[in-house]
Design a protein around this ligand. Sequence first.
Ligand SMILES: Cc1cc2nc3c(=O)[nH]c(=O)nc-3n(C[C@H](O)[C@H](O)[C@H](O)COP(=O)(O)OP(=O)(O)OC[C@H]3O[C@@H](n4cnc5c(N)ncnc54)[C@H](O)[C@@H]3O)c2cc1C
Ligand code: FES
Length: 511
Amino acid sequence: MPRSTSLWQQTTALLTTSPLQKHSRADVCVIGAGIAGLTTAYQLAREGRSVVVIDAVAVGGGQTSLTTAHLSNEIDDSYEEILRLHGPDGARLACDSHRAAIDRIEAICGLENLACAFERVDGYLFLGKGAKEKDLDRELEAARAAGAQVDKLQAAPVQGFSSGVCLRFRNQAQFHPMKYLQGMAKAFQRLGGQIYTGTKAISVESGQPAVVRTADHIAIEAGAAVIATNSPFNDLVTIHTKQAPYHTYAIGFRAAPDAIGHALYWDTEDPYHYIRLQRTTNRELGGDNDEAVDILIVGGEDHKAGQAKDADRRFERLAAWTRERFPAARDEEFRWSGQVMETVDGLGFIGRNPLDAGNVYIATGDSGMGMTHGTIAGILITDLIMGRSNPWTDLYDPGRVRSGAAVEWVKENLNVALQYASWLTPGEVSSIDQIAPNTGAVVVEHGRKVAVFKDERGEVHKRSAVCPHLGCIVAWNPAASSWDCPCHGSRFDKFGAVFNGPSPGDLERVS
Ligand SMILES: Cc1cc2nc3c(=O)[nH]c(=O)nc-3n(C[C@H](O)[C@H](O)[C@H](O)COP(=O)(O)OP(=O)(O)OC[C@H]3O[C@@H](n4cnc5c(N)ncnc54)[C@H](O)[C@@H]3O)c2cc1C
Ligand code: FES
């Protein structure tokens, strides 16, 4: 049986610190200790700013521990699309910014001596089902116009995989994201930065000072606040109409060392497959020797969050797809899944929060590129707080509207509107008896939709199925044992406690 954790969660413990005890003051308060929040905090600490980081869970307790950690400047929505939406200057800046993010990660690894397996590799974009060579030609032209280091090959020059015709993106990279994050957290603390885990922010007031209030009734006053919670919880509507939550799946297969070339691989399908290798050892995987093992990590099968119930079938399809193309894939070691926020115009929202006074910043809209988007946030938000100009400010401005994205905006918001129809549908099961232990389902009780989780002892835990954000009905996610909202991606643990997204609170208790 594969483990239902990510490879990184297996090999690295989550870093926790003591909770914040009292009223606190700092130059900057950063909320969220994933890659976006910690990179921003670290960069600001290097500039001599006093920074407090709080996280509801732990360092890397969010999506950063679930990533597959491709570090790439091939934009996942394609350069063709970025060129159409943001024009030639925008596409060039997008390419530059993701390249600079990879360079910055490499520089931080060197500066802080981080043992996180940072490795420069090439990336190969190959044809997916139904795609034609001319699709690659168009992407080649667009990527070159944006300044990417890219060429076309008849096949990727790697062992263990026959890519067929493909584009090669030079000088991409990969790393162990949790070792990187832990190393950066320790470097941040050495610079005087403070991290408090188990500390949940519930509100942010802009103004001088900005005030962050926590669930434990602590107020943190700061010159600036940065909300790096993956999806901003302080913004009720604006940002959440411009991005949509997608769930994505990953499998880690054992492979003999070097049987498959270390590189990044993606295909052109929608949703696309993303593949890479991570070198580890038997011991790190729980064995008793230090023999090297490659884990082949394959991801894909994305769907709109909260709108599919067939996680097992998706994992099976992903496994079959992999075995057809990578004969060196052996046993499955890991199966995991997570959520990404896809913006309507393909780039993250990073900068001043549109509805606040100037000193509240957000980093969201990570797409499948949250490692580089998170690092861009660290560079860009630091510049904004330090009062420096940055060429990427307008490109990532959270207040931007791109006319070319109107169709996508309508499509995603129509999809949200349709979700309200679930108020009128029957429950997923007609009685609680039909729910298997360790799973959940929505049932109708006295005309109300109730999210029911049955634990392994058969004890039943009930919460209202109505999302406290804007009232959509949540759905059980069997892959992550969570309740996921199909509208704007709020997520709740099996007992109804919110851990991601715009919901201002937990699912309501029902008697
Ligand atoms: C399966 C999968 C594969 C992926 N592959 C790639 C890839 O190959 N390359 C890539 O670049 N990206 C990839 N991504 C995306 C990437 O993992 C994410 O975009 C990135 O980790 C997001 O980082 P973050 O810092 O924004 O958010 P997170 O890592 O989620 O951090 C947010 C933090 O905020 C905390 N928090 C939330 N609410 C509160 C609150 N109210 N108060 C205090 N703290 C709070 C959380 O506990 C969490 O620790 C992938 C994602 C998934 C799920
Ligand atoms: S996240 Fe918006 S209604 Fe649930």
